[in-house]
Design a protein around this ligand. Sequence first.
Ligand code: HSE
Length: 400
Amino acid sequence: MEIALLGFGVVGSGAAEVLEENRELIRRRLGEEINVQYILDLREFPNHPLGNRVVHDIAPILSDPEVRIVAEMMGGSHPAYEFTKAALEAGKSVVTSNKEVVAAFGDELLQIAAEHGVSYLFEASVGGGIPILRPLRDDLASNEILSVSGILNGTTNFILTKMKRENTAFADALKEAQALGYAEANPTADVEGIDAARKIVILAAISFGKLLSPEKIPVQGISGITPEQTALCAELGFSVKLIGHTEKQGEKILALVAPHAVPETSPICHVEGVNNGILVNANIVGKTFFYGPGAGKLPTASAVVGDILSIFDGGIRLPKWEKAGATDYADPQARVCRRIFCLAGCSKCAEKSKPFFGYETYLAKDGKFVFVSRPMTEKEMANALKECGKELLWTLPVLD
Ligand code: HSE
């Protein structure tokens, strides 16, 4: 059974390592061996045992009928999209870790795969090594998915955890995440929430059948989070986490990425380091939680190779996605949630502000007071702030 690897960076070389490390186990499971026949990369790898498989052109891969599966791990949209499309049109199944391509072109690529009777699988594109997409689509198929929320970016969770536990400076924690192979080539995509936006869009598409555009949903990263915010939230019993959230609101879909305060009662609060944690709320089963390593060479490669094996092992049901239209997007300002507020003022101000925000207790220190409000929309929040007349220092939505 022959395959081709597109991209031999962190994930690509990890996939080769998994295939080698578990060669015997895979042979026993499938009854045959998987051979990496081609590696497409711009570089040469003369010292790697598979160095003689390196090609710099996709053409020999596309024209080789022995190659049934192409694993795309190049990253970036182009030429990964064009190569994926060409491979599917050539009758080859494609597996990928490339969330950028799935989030932008997943609807079209799934359609092309269906037309050519092949598979397009992307378990590794969300949650690294955590099985989430197939359980969501297959094992929860008897359910209506109500919401999916979680930590979808390992790099930012690694940074937030280091800042909280070891008081590490943001830049040092980021450097460490890069050295460990967690971060994107351009880590702005991690830090500013863009990577998590691609992943929540994929989760929304699996859950609701519509592919939203990551550019059209509200996205906020962690660059504005301060150690003081983290400490005050901790005093109130919350952890600050970068959360991707999607839910159905009638016929519309709400999807967003933003830092949230997560209560200690939620399993998401306790997800630390490079791990991801995804909470699915479904109408029959209730809440299920998926946890594990969300980035890194071998966890991501584990999911890529899992997809390769499932194709060799039998049929895969392909989801049908439609591109979301303007009317499919819910208004994020209408979202109702509790919020942590930090306002300028003393205890007296805090007492007077209670009726506007509906809280029982508050923390007051250093000329500011902090509290958890009742559930409110952004409009209600703006009105409450206007009526109480206190200066807003910062606010974070609570993930309940
Ligand atoms: N940069 C991504 C992360 C890699 O940190 O989660 C896994 O998608």
